[in-house]
Write a protein that binds this ligand. Structure first.
Ligand SMILES: [Zn+2]
Length: 203
């Protein structure tokens, strides 16, 4: 398993290529912009993308989806239903992702020989999820290195954010944290130093 990060778009969203080196299948996580650059990185990796996994529906995480689907017509796209305009989310912030498969808490998605587990972690948005694969936690805009995502957009809720952070903090063992923006971290470092996660652990 190999993880590669590309920062894309004006808000520097972290798009991840999650590759199964055995089968050469890969997932594209949050391809928020610069679809051409993402496709170039995919070609260079020697992997074939099979799925797009979205941690939430904000435009800066979904902006490259349409173009990547044109490049790779077989791609399935996964998004939690609560982050869709059909569920009342404003289309300016949550552009429609046609024909998305709606994944939810407890679902798993297969990427070649890898299994990605879905944890519903609302707070930044109603439909925010975190994705677990092996020892890597893709935390979207829920958990950032030393911080957490904003809760002042539509569907955001600080109490839910703290519950979600508390839940992530209680996961068994350590994980590499790959967030939706900024640098990577480890869950153990976040448990010790992240003020929001510490507050979540107390409440
Ligand atoms: Zn967001």
């Amino acid at each position: 398993m190999k993880v590669q990060c590309l920062q894309v778009g004006p808000i520097e969203t972290n798009c991840y290529l999650l590759c199964d080196e055995e089968t050469r299948a890969c997932a594209l996580i949050d391809p928020g912009d610069e679809a051409g650059r993402i496709a170039a990185a995919v070609r260079q990796s020697g992997c074939e993308p099979s799925v797009i996994l979205l941690t939430h529906g904000h435009y800066d995480h979904t902006g490259g989806v349409t173009e990547l689907r044109r490049t790779y017509p077989g791609l399935s796209v996964y998004l939690n239903r609560q982050d869709t305009p059909a569920m009342g989310a404003p289309e300016t912030l949550f552009p429609a992702v046609p024909n998305a498969i709606h994944y939810a808490e407890g679902d798993t998605v297969t990427v070649g020989g890898l299994t990605v587990r879905v944890l519903h972690t609302p707070g930044h948005s109603k439909g925010s999820v975190s994705l677990l694969c092996g020892t890597v936690l893709f935390s979207g805009d829920t958990l950032f290195a030393g911080s957490c995502g904003r809760t002042d957009f539509w569907g955001g809720d600080m109490e839910e954010m703290l519950r979600s952070l508390g839940r992530l903090g209680r996961l068994d063992g350590d994980f590499t944290v790959c967030p939706g923006h900024m640098e990577t971290s480890t869950l153990e470092w976040e448990r010790r130093h992240n003020p929001w996660m510490r507050q979540a652990a107390r409440s």
